[in-house]
Design a protein around this ligand. Structure first.
Ligand code: ARG
Length: 429
């Protein structure tokens, strides 16, 4: 019997893939793997139920701890961001694919299926891992290929065709049960797209949010928290040492209750398509804000400037799912080295959707209250004169050259000092 491992979320698309694997692709033995990265428990249970109803051999793999320790924490160290939001879906995909490969090797399957369409990012992220770890395996993507028509050509599946097909295979899905939003969820964030959200000028309705309170429903009092970091990753919350998973779960609850972490953006997908995305990521937003505040205390000016561009590159590689890319490894070598000093505490105030850093401390702080305040004896201000005199030397030389030029051309020297608009006006007159 030909075996295939289906990367399985339990949604309609991937469910339709189960009978399709048998009927169209010739895989009699379908193994579904659902990787738990913190999606709702109901989703995990529904996936198992649906897979069994459709005759698959089903596995649920709990990868929550791995996800936080190896993926979310890497994102914290790199202030993991893409176009202004903390990346979440993208960092879960490599782990999901990795677990599917593990299962395939364990069960002797030589093929993978997934439910990604041809428009999104996940096909890239998932197939990159599958092709990296098991280059010999076959990969089938029925949703990308489309529905086979009697004349042999193919066209994209419609939702109603998928429901009919599922019903015909014993999975009862009511036609009336219209899917309004497309949601992807893991511990690091919740992404909501589709439906009327595809209209960029349509304000997100309150019903799409699950993790965060609306500003009007937040507590009246601000909530003060302290986050402890060691080597660039969070280790404690309000002085209590917590395991990574627990810390993220608790912080999602606390920050979410205070309305922190809602983001509404236009995002550029890998293929260049724009998509309107709404995110809820209370813990991620809070931890990255705290982490940045601590880096600002312990990093040199040059390090911080350089790291901003390193972080940006890292975020793009992670967004594209290139988890084992050499550049990503190189960037991480720098990041990890610098994080040796990102140890300390950050105090924050969460209040009606806002995060304010109210304090930070570290034994690696490159900040000395004595030096910064001007009344100290450790710093002789008159010694600054020598440096001030050479400040902007090259730009002063440049100005000199232009002044000579003005004189040669018989133009008023004052022109050099006027703002551009003024000069133009002058010439016109
Ligand atoms: N656009 C984001 C990404 O590519 C999230 C997509 C999540 N999918 C969803 N159906 N909400 O990482």
């Amino acid at each position: 019997m030909r075996k295939i491992v289906l990367v399985y979320s339990g949604g309609l698309d991937t469910s339709v893939c189960i009978p399709l694997m048998r009927e169209e692709y010739g895989y009699e033995h379908v193994i579904t793997v659902t990787v738990d990265v913190g999606q709702p428990a109901e989703d995990i249970e529904m996936a198992a139920d649906r897979a069994r109803t459709l005759g698959a051999e089903h596995y649920t793999v709990d990868a929550k701890e791995l996800f936080v320790q190896h993926f979310c924490w890497a994102a914290v160290r790199a202030n993991g961001d893409y176009q202004g939001y903390p990346i979440s879906t993208s960092i879960a995909r490599p782990l999901i694919a990795l677990k599917a490969v593990e299962k395939a090797k364990e069960l002797g399957a030589q093929a993978f299926g997934h439910g990604c369409t041809g428009k999104g990012n996940d096909q890239f992220r998932i197939e990159y891992i599958l092709r990296t770890l098991m280059p010999e395996a076959e990969i089938v993507a029925p949703m990308r290929e489309g529905r086979k028509l009697p004349n042999g050509s193919r066209e994209p599946w419609t939702r109603s065709e998928e429901i009919d097909y599922a019903n015909a295979h014993g999975l009862q899905i009511p036609q009336t049960h219209a899917r309004i939003w497309s949601i992807d969820e893991n511990l690091w964030g919740r992404s909501i797209e589709g439906g009327r959200l595809e209209e960029p000028d349509y304000a997100p309705p309150e019903e799409i949010f699950q993790w965060t309170r609306s500003l009007e429903n937040c507590p009246d009092e601000p909530c003060s928290i302290t986050i402890g970091f060691e080597l660039g990753v969070p280790v404690s919350l309000n002085g209590e040492r917590l395991a990574p998973l627990e810390l993220v779960q608790k912080l999602n609850a606390i920050a979410g209750e205070n309305g922190v972490g809602r983001i509404d953006i236009m995002e550029d997908r890998m293929l260049g398509l724009k998509v309107r995305e709404n995110y809820e990521c209370p813990a991620a937003v809070t931890l990255v804000a705290a982490h940045r505040a601590l880096e600002a205390l312990v990093g040199t000016q040059a390090e911080l400037k350089f790291k901003a561009s390193v972080d940006r590159e890292w975020g793009e590689l992670a967004y594209r799912g290139l988890w084992f890319d050499p550049l990503k490894e190189d960037l991480e070598a720098f990041i990890i080295k610098m994080q040796e000093r990102v140890t300390g505490e950050v105090m924050l105030r969460l209040y009606r959707g806002s995060i304010t850093v109210t304090g930070r401390r570290s034994s690696y702080a490159l900040y000395n209250a004595d030096l910064a305040s001007f009344d100290s004896k450790t710093f002789n201000q008159s010694e600054s004169l020598g440096i001030v005199k050479t400040h902007g030397m090259q730009s002063r030389m440049y100005f000199e050259i232009r002044r000579d030029e003005q004189r040669r051309l018989g133009r008023p020297e004052g022109d050099l000092l006027r703002l551009e608009g003024e000069v133009r006006e002058n010439k016109g007159a």
